[in-house]
Unconditional design. Structure first.
Length: 81
């Protein structure tokens, strides 16, 4: 996976539910199979985004915690039903 293959969302300094809403909005505009990468500073996003994705039929393909950099990264593959 390269950055050219991924739509990146900057969710720095956004608290719940805003990172989830940003991912939701990006997925609504994305094509089937697209990758959405959310870069967050709210550690709660590590739970909230995957939970939202699971409920809506999308797949979390990667979760990266960088607590030293205060970054939490979640990559979601879009599946439209």
């Amino acid at each position: 996976m390269t950055d050219d293959d991924v739509f990146t969302i900057n969710a720095h300094n956004l608290l719940c539910p805003m990172p989830v809403i940003r991912v939701q909005n990006a997925i609504a505009e994305a094509e089937e199979g697209a990758l959405i990468k959310a870069i967050c500073t709210d550690p709660g996003a590590m739970h909230d985004i995957p939970a939202w994705a699971r409920v809506h039929g999308h797949t979390v393909v990667e979760k990266i915690e960088k607590p030293d950099d205060n970054e939490y990264i979640i990559v979601v593959r879009v599946h439209h039903s």
